[in-house]
Design a binder for this molecule. Structure first.
Ligand SMILES: C[S@@+](CC[C@H](N)C(=O)[O-])C[C@H]1O[C@@H](n2cnc3c(N)ncnc32)[C@H](O)[C@@H]1O
Length: 228
């Protein structure tokens, strides 16, 4: 599999988490995605390029008040009311959206409705992450909450995977804070912050292999099948 096809949102200072997310997401996509893919809350559709080889079509839907580039949306609609007939899609992707939905259960039921029997959904959902895209940022989820919601909407859980332990989570959060505060002026000019980021990334990715403190994950990836 080609892990070189990076998602468009990746930057130097968030390389560590995108590396972990991409490895797992593309592995799951390789196993479970096919045919028609709906990308719910697609934003700038950053997963279009990396997922191209797994599916026939990749259709992004997002709502009309989104702050993202609307030219990337194929369909305009909310996660509660996707303009699609029942049982139409083979695969569904929903990355970093569930926390922005005030009615997550309704949104999962809507995804279930448009998936074919046996269709597979992959969701990435943060657990420890700062507030973003406010005021539309409502919840954080544990694996127990996710299992409850997905099963209630009719899905069978294939896997709920925490992507990091304590160190990656907090190394990444501190890079986000520092990148906005100290990566400017001379520090930026001489590449001091970039060098620091490089070593933090290397250490974090190495250490995460041994770190089993999943109760501190920044993100879960849920893979679930629509049983009908
Ligand atoms: C953090 S962004 C993630 C975007 C994209 N999925 C990604 O991974 O880069 C959250 C997305 O959820 C979308 N969103 C928020 N509320 C929504 C709703 N009710 N229906 C559909 N999309 C929604 C936003 O417009 C935004 O594109």
């Amino acid at each position: 599999m080609n892990y070189k096809k990076k998602v468009d949102n990746e930057r130097k200072f968030n390389h560590m988490i995108f590396e972990l997310l991409e490895r797992h997401l593309f592995n799951q996509a390789n196993k479970y995605f096919k045919g028609r893919l709906i990308d719910i809350g697609c934003g700038n559709k950053p997963y279009f390029r990396p997922l191209q080889s797994f599916v026939d079509v990749h259709i992004g839907v997002d709502h009309e008040l989104s702050i993202h580039d609307k030219s990337k949306f194929d369909l305009v609609g909310t996660a509660y009311n996707i303009p699609s007939e029942n049982d139409y899609f083979d695969s569904a992707l929903c990355t970093a959206v569930l926390e922005h939905l005030e009615e997550p259960e309704l949104a999962l039921r809507e995804c279930y409705r448009i998936l074919k029997p046996g269709g597979v959904a992959i969701y990435s959902v943060p657990f420890i992450w700062h507030i973003h895209e406010e005021p539309r940022d409502f919840f954080r989820y544990t694996n127990y909450g996710l299992e409850y919601l997905f099963k209630k909407a009719g899905f069978e859980i294939i896997e709920i995977k925490p992507l990091s332990g304590f160190f990656v989570t907090f190394l990444q959060l501190h890079l986000y804070v520092l990148s906005g505060r100290i990566n400017r002026g001379l520090v930026k000019k001489i590449g001091l912050f970039d060098a620091y980021v490089y070593f933090v990334n290397r250490f974090g990715l190495w250490f995460n292999k041994f770190d089993k403190s999943f109760g501190w994950t920044w993100m879960y990836v849920v893979t679930a099948k629509a049983i009908k």
